[in-house]
Ligand binder design. Structure first.
Ligand code: PLP
Length: 467
């Protein structure tokens, strides 16, 4: 049996001294723009093949792609797995098209924007669910199981749920209880596991939703595993029964998938299948040590799960300081130590660690944090604003798809009161939208906007639907 079928086919093709009479136009690396020729290895171009004889077809795989996907499903204990070359976004959209076309779907407010795009494409009828925040850190955790139960009773005809687990910050919030409620009530569950591709690989990590009975799970391998950016995977759970998901992926994915991306998924899967658990074991021990060291600092804090309701991903470090904002902390790491965090918000910055190896990075990070901690000693406390928790969801006037396609105009805030929003109003990505297209800019929304005009970037007006 082949160990990595896509990679092996690519290599075999190279051994035949092929002459390219096909796409792409760089002809197997014979024509390379000079600036790239100097900087990119020739092999990159040679591996950048297309769907020619002996390779396979992503839309209708019968050869190496099919075999590589089958091996992926086996490793992840899925019914079947599909390689995605346009990130998790495309998998989320396909999943919503498959399970919520013109029908209701429970959508917690903290979902990624690709979910909202999926709702528009599928003309779905979102039933938005309020989410719980961590008030100290200012980030959303997810929905409460009790809230889900309540909304299921209120909307018994809604049979699909989509949730993000883990969150961007690496938190799995009450996921076992939520899954139990959803499955007990016969919901089909789509899990956006963009940030949790590695969870299934080790027993000490929060559980992957596949093991909890989710029907469709989509993972951005490129976020936490060693693959190229955009390479993601959609898994169907063993209990999935529903439309053929490949029909929707065909609708949305390119007909010219990059074999660089596909080969990176194939190579990664082979790597994961080879004793990955032992490598992760070693890494978790090292991370435990740096986490303990960070906890001993005086001016830098790290997010720790306050109780058993939260499970945290050890590879995510949420760092904050009472002396500087998250933006400033990220800037210090970047400017002084060349360490580029994943993202920063007012209260924290987020660092994603590799799931294996990178001892040198851990040492460099620790030195940087220690030096910054010493320097911050002289600073006075930073005047953090209280975390604003949105405790209301505006009334829906029209479905998000309808609002999206309707003509719109831009008006000043005072004229927007009572109108239907034509666009999202979000403080800062990846924040939770205050308003999504189709919702009414009512008094509560108006007041919130009035208090934070610059944060919502509405100095130039607000897009509203012309009715
Ligand atoms: C929670 C969440 N879901 C989905 C996505 C989309 O993933 P991708 O970038 O792989 O399309 C992201 C990307 O940042 C995300 O943070």
């Amino acid at each position: 049996m082949k160990k990595a079928p896509i990679i092996e086919n690519l290599l075999n093709h190279g051994h035949n001294n092929p002459f390219s009479g096909h796409t792409p136009g760089h002809k197997g690396g014979q024509i390379i723009p000079p600036l790239l020729e100097k900087n990119w290895p020739r092999e990159i171009w040679q591996f950048d093949l297309t769907e020619i004889e002996n390779m396979d077809n992503l839309h209708n795989p019968t050869g190496c792609i099919r075999e590589a996907q089958r091996m992926t499903a086996e490793l992840f204990n899925a019914k079947s797995s599909y390689f995605l070359v346009n990130g998790t976004s495309v998998g989320i959209q396909a999943a919503i098209l498959a399970l919520a076309y013109q029908s209701p779907i429970f959508v917690p407010r903290n979902v990624h924007k690709s979910v909202y795009s999926g709702l528009i494409l599928a003309d779905a009828q979102p039933v938005y669910l309020p989410v719980t925040y961590d008030k100290n850190w200012g980030f959303p955790l997810g929905i409460e199981p009790e809230t889900l139960k309540h909304w299921i009773e209120k909307y018994p005809h809604c049979k699909t749920l989509i949730i993000t687990n883990p969150t961007y910050q690496g938190l799995s919030y009450k996921i076992e209880e939520i899954m139990a409620v959803a499955l007990d009530h016969g919901l089909k569950v789509i899990i956006d596991e963009a940030h949790g591709s590695h969870l299934a690989l080790h027993k000490d990590l929060p559980p992957s939703a596949l093991s909890l009975g989710a029907h469709i799970v989509i993972q951005s391998w490129h976020k936490t595993l060693p693959v190229l950016t955009q390479a993601s995977v959609l898994h169907l759970g063993k209990n999935y029964s529903g439309p053929d998901i490949s029909q929707y992926l065909k609708l949305l994915q390119t007909t010219s998938p990059s074999y660089l991306l596909l080969a990176s998924l194939d190579g990664c899967r082979a790597f994961l299948a080879d004793n990955i658990s032992e490598l992760i074991d070693e890494k978790i021990i090292k991370i435990k040590k740096i986490r303990e060291d960070i906890s001993s600092l005086s001016n830098i804090k790290m997010f720790q799960a306050p109780d058993r309701a939260y499970k945290t991903d050890p590879f995510k470090l949420c760092l904050s300081s009472p002396k500087v904002s998250g933006y400033q902390l990220a800037e210090l790491l970047r400017e002084r130590f060349g360490i580029y965090p994943e993202m920063a918000e007012e209260r924290y910055c987020l660092i994603i660690l590799a799931v294996v190896h990178d001892q040198r990075f851990l040492e460099r990070l620790w030195k940087a944090l220690k030096a910054i901690d010493d320097e911050l000693e002289q600073y006075s406390p930073y005047p953090f604003l209280p975390v604003g928790e949105q405790d209301f969801i505006p009334q829906t006037k029209m479905l998000i798809r309808e609002a999206f396609f309707r003509p719109k105009e831009r008006v000043i805030l005072e004229k927007a009161l009572g109108r239907t929003a034509g666009d999202f109003l979000i403080k800062y990505p990846p924040g939770i939208p205050l308003v999504v297209p189709g919702e009414v800019i009512d008094e509560a929304v108006f007041q919130t906007l009035q208090n934070s005009i610059s944060e919502y970037k509405i100095e130039d007006g607000i897009s509203v639907v012309i009715e």
